[in-house]
Design a binder for this molecule. Structure first.
Ligand SMILES: [Zn+2]
Ligand SMILES: [Zn+2]
Length: 352
């Protein structure tokens, strides 16, 4: 089967073509189908913010290896014991690229994100077919298209973020970073009753989308002082909830300062693993008693993500679609930030 794969590690932005990371469509063997597994004919797979990092080699994997974990498709084959959820051949589905075992200490302690035998993530979303365990697969509602369906995983991250926020109706909220996660979180937090809702984001088109989805204020950090603007907007109180979705080390340091007394600051993105952020402990904890936390993947969020998806505005997220053969171009479009999300079409389903 055809699969979009990394064939050369390197930055996609490298001006030297020799050194640039390269993606190609390779012919790879079909995965075997276990008794409890589901084979999915992939329709769409969206590019995740983490995918270009894989091309850059952050995990040290040896190429060639496959890409993609945010996918939708149609079931073509079921193992004999994949019967727990009533899934059928022909069902339109999406799912969780992580398989949690359900048996280890963490799974049984309400912390499946730390599952000791998860990590069996096969990055084959940008392929013609993928095999997942039945527990990873969710049937899409009729009013969610296959194009939208591949966004189930990023939507689940937004749901998980709401779980971490535990906010109260009417609290002041700022989101830093208007990439796909930031914009989905913004839609979610709007539903939760946020006030003074503010997006901090350097790209103008993303600030526009935030206003369209209900942000009341935007801050352009390249031309405005984030702290001054935040204090002006909130009458010098700061935000009760601040959610960092950019992953940018240039954005993270100012956020304790714009968090209100007793407020909560969530670092919800993925950060360079050697970066250390200075933090004034006196200001953050003695003067203001702020709570700082983070998050990793989306435990217990998928059923709710599935229910909230049809209520989110996703059309801007599904506008840029590339064929598998144009994957390199799709990745370049993704890193240029000209679209909120870029999709790879892996099979043709007429009408979808
Ligand atoms: Zn993702
Ligand atoms: Zn487990």
């Amino acid at each position: 089967m055809k699969s979009v794969s990394v064939v050369k590690i390197g930055s996609l932005k490298d001006p030297d073509e020799e050194k640039r990371g390269r993606i190609e469509v390779l012919d790879v063997p079909m995965q075997p189908l276990g008794d409890e597994d589901v084979r999915i004919k992939v329709a769409y797979c969206s590019i995740c913010g983490s995918d270009p990092h894989l091309v850059e080699g952050i995990f040290g994997w040896e190429p060639p290896f496959g890409l993609g974990h945010e996918l939708s498709g149609v079931i073509v084959e079921l193992g004999s014991k994949a019967t727990q959820k009533g899934l059928k051949v022909g069902d339109r589905v999406a799912g969780n690229f992580l398989r949690f075992c359900g048996t280890c200490y963490y799974c049984q302690n309400g912390q499946q994100q730390f599952c000791e035998s998860a990590g069996e993530a096969k990055n084959l979303g940008m392929s013609e077919y993928i095999v997942w365990h039945e527990s990873q697969v969710y049937k899409l509602p009729d009013n969610v298209s296959l194009k939208e369906g591949c966004l189930l995983e990023p939507v689940s991250i937004a749901v998980r973020c709401m779980d971490k926020v535990e906010m109260k109706l009417g609290q002041r909220v700022a989101i830093c970073g208007g990439g796909p996660i930031g914009l989905l979180v913004l839609q979610g937090i709007k539903m939760m009753g946020a006030t003074y809702l503010t997006l901090i984001e350097p790209v103008a088109a993303r600030r526009e989308l935030a206003l369209k989805y209900g942000a009341e204020n935007v801050i352009a950090p390249q031309s405005q002082s984030v702290v001054e603007e935040a204090m002006r907007i909130t009458g010098n109180r700061g935000y009760d909830v601040v959610i960092e979705c950019s992953g940018s080390i240039h954005a993270v340091e100012a956020l304790p300062e714009i968090t209100a007394r007793g407020g909560k600051l969530i670092y919800a993105a993925m950060y360079p693993n050697e970066y250390e952020m200075p933090l004034n402990l006196y200001n953050a904890f003695f003067s203001k008693e702020i709570t700082i936390t983070g998050m990793y993947v989306a435990p217990y969020a998928y059923p709710r993500a599935m229910q909230i998806m049809p209520r989110m505005k996703l059309e801007d997220f599904t506008a840029a679609v590339y064929s598998m053969d144009r994957a390199q171009e799709a990745f370049e479009a993704h890193i240029s930030a000209m679209h909120p999300k870029v999709l790879i079409k892996c099979n043709d389903f007429p009408g979808e």
